[in-house]
Ligand binder design. Structure first.
Ligand SMILES: [Zn+2]
Length: 144
């Protein structure tokens, strides 16, 4: 596996900035994500809720789909932060199952890193394959 050489703390800081843009009047749970591309760009996203709940979208997919829309297909890592609006501090906030699955479409589960942070200095690092074992991809749909 190739060594990751990016600045994790900077990516987490970008996620905290993104979290400030959350639109979450129903859950009051504000999430921010910062997605690092293989060529060093960062796409951020926040969760965007809707009165029709299923119409909302998570921060991770906001960032991922924005990048994919712009033609990016190669990613290194994503930082995710989240907390209830009234909580005094952040706790580790893992991506939901749908977001983990969405990541497998464009991110190598064996190398793509997911950073969960309570602060820029307090980061847990996982690979996507650890958070989504037995992931489903287009290869699973091939005729055998
Ligand atoms: Zn999600």
């Amino acid at each position: 596996m190739k060594e990751q050489t990016y600045d994790r703390e900077s990516l987490v800081r970008a996620a905290f900035e993104a979290q400030k843009h959350s639109y979450s009047p129903y859950s009051n749970f504000e999430v921010g994500a910062a997605l690092l591309t293989a060529d060093g760009r960062v796409y951020s996203g926040s969760n965007i809720e809707n009165a029709s709940f299923p119409a909302g979208i998570c921060a991770e997919r906001t960032a991922l789909f924005t990048a994919v829309h712009e033609g990016v297909r190669d990613f290194t890592a994503i930082a995710v932060v989240g907390k209830h609006k009234e909580a005094g501090q952040f706790d580790y906030c893992a991506p939901c199952g749908i977001c983990r699955q969405a990541m497998t479409e464009f991110c190598d589960p064996e190398t793509f890193e997911i950073l969960l942070a309570r602060s820029p200095e307090d980061i847990k690092v996982y690979r996507l394959c650890e958070l989504l074992p037995l992931w489903f991809t287009s290869k699973d749909m091939e005729i055998r």
